[in-house]
Design a protein. Sequence first.
Length: 341
Amino acid sequence: MKIGVLGAGSFGTAITQLIAQNCDVLVYARNPETVRLINEEHTLKGIDLSDNIKGTTNLQELGEECRLIFPVIPSEFFRRVIKKISPYVGPGHIMIHGTKGLDVTTDFDTSETILDIKRSVFTMTEVIRQETSILRTGALAGPNLAKEILAGQPAATVIASEFNEVIEAGIKALASKKFRVYGSEHTKGIELAGALKNVIAIASGLINGLGFGSNMQALSITRGLREMILVAKAVGAEVRPFLGTAGIGDLIATATSTMSRNYTFGRYLAEGKSVDEIKEIMEEVAEGYRTLKFAYKIVNAADINAPMMKTLYSVIYEDRPIRKAMIDLIQDPMKVDVDFI
């Protein structure tokens, strides 16, 4: 069996290498030079690839040769690519995406109520079902720093789906001695946990970059988890995934590691770099930058006490002075600790 990977970024490359331990892999990349490197030099992102990995720029080839496909595409381009592959996939396919972000429609900017926001923001699973005839879908989440996986470090992930056969297919494709795969039926909660933790990772990187130390970083993670859960509850998502591998596990990894794009984004902010400068520096998008807009809308629409997300939004989108914003955040008067269970 040949398995497809849609996207050749860092995490797509990591997923490709994991699958190659169990099956042949066909990787789609838009850039012909990327495909040439895969097929002729067996290398990508400076990583030596397994011989059973093949690259293609042809979405029809991917759809016809692979019944199990892993889309790993930045959320900003996800819908566009899924539309393009739609003619070549159908009910016989399974898609398990690894994108930790959200799809925002043009109606989002004018949405005010929770209902309006829910009608203008979609998870990647919802995008797949809107744009294709595929029913058997899943979401991949967890503490999966691509560089560690590519270096052969042990790790784990969660595959969420309402279909047991999707979870089983994902386990067979990915599991190995160094990579553990768990299953979950809470797809929406898993997807929101994967998206929202990127926002808190930016805040953690910002706090650490300002030199506030481990105490404040730990506080930002735990208080950030609270805000993530309240935002998810406001849009009807399950809370349990936030307390597991794909929630607090992924949050800790993403909010503390220099290998994390979102944490690094926050560090750059602390150094005084503008958002445009950071985008120029970073090879791949920090998903938390886009997800913050969604979280901020929910916070206001649902009247959630979320000082961390509000402060981060004011810094990134309203040019509020960073150090003053962080000091005000530390002095936030809220006294209740756990109020989300």
